[in-house]
Design a protein around this ligand. Sequence first.
Ligand code: ZN
Length: 400
Amino acid sequence: MNANKFLLTQIEMEASLILITNAEVYTPEAIGKNDVLIAGGKIIAVEPHLKSKMAMAKIVDVNGLKLMPGFIDAHVHIAGAGGEGGPASRTPEMQLSHMIEAGVTTVIGCLGTDGFTRSFESVLMKVKALRAEGVSAWMYAGAYQLPTPTLTGDVGRDISLIDEVIGVGEIALSDHRSSHPTVAELTKLAAHARVGGMLGDKAGIVNIHMGDAKNPFQLLYDVVASSELSLKQFFPTHCNRNSYIFEDAKKYGKLSTIDLTASSYPYFPDIEIKPSVAVRELLAAGVPIAHITMTSDAFGSLPHFDEHGNLVKLEMGLLTSLHSEFAAMIQQEGLPVSVALKTITENPAITLKLKHKGQIKPGFDADLLLLDDGFNLCSVMANGKWMMHESKLLVKGTYE
Ligand code: ZN
């Protein structure tokens, strides 16, 4: 090999190294002051005093800021949703900056209520667009309804063959907007998702929209009782939407994962359980932290109906709700940083089998956040690239 050529390659390689020094690292576990070495979009090393060994790396001294994995928001209507109040109530598409400013580096897109006029294809193309813009994105096949929208004609085929598809959802249960699936229909859907997941090496999970009707988990218990499927096949969301569903979730959460919705609480404070309070109460009720996740439901419409089914109020969810509830878990509910962080990093990554996501460890993707002592967001790195640094947004979406 040409010696000069080799030397150049070494220099080029080391110049592309980023070494974050003097950071208070949460993996999510609190591991104290450490340096983190990044190359090729990956975390290469997490150790104290790496600076002395890595003279050629671009050194970013963060002066004691908190370094955490980028947030994973596993339920976002990335291509828009809603429409319960007519055509003018359809919500718009999410833009890249919405994610970055919320500290979200990985998103899972879904359709939602409108499986009739919106399409699988539009969500899939939005996932591709977000990937091209530098963040990580996947999606669920399907919508509220059964039979549910698919690209190939079957959710099992979608999940096994399409890289971007990791499961199916959100399938609505216990809601007047649901197709009211029977035990047999839901069992068949979950079985197809499961096999698709096995074939495609994905989670193959069924994301479930819990509606306001009483006893919403019963259908899931019935599916498991009458089949070989396990509750792990399901990922029910909106479990904090009212007090009686939340009480049921305390029991279900001891057996399997439950998801809390962050963005709707500010609009329905008399009805919903504040997500940060919900996490503390679930833990107190004996639900293991590994079974608790939080998502924003951003860009979903948040309709409120009266007892006759008339729409009386309509709002839209925001991605930033995840960060504000994360800070509230720590500052208002007194939970340790690592516990609060797991609900929006490690736990969704494990539940959804997102490999190399949600932790600060060698081999994991360099999706990182820097936060100050007040848990304000200072910097965001996605796949090794600064998207926001020192509170300045560096990257915007194509048409922003
Ligand atoms: Zn929903």
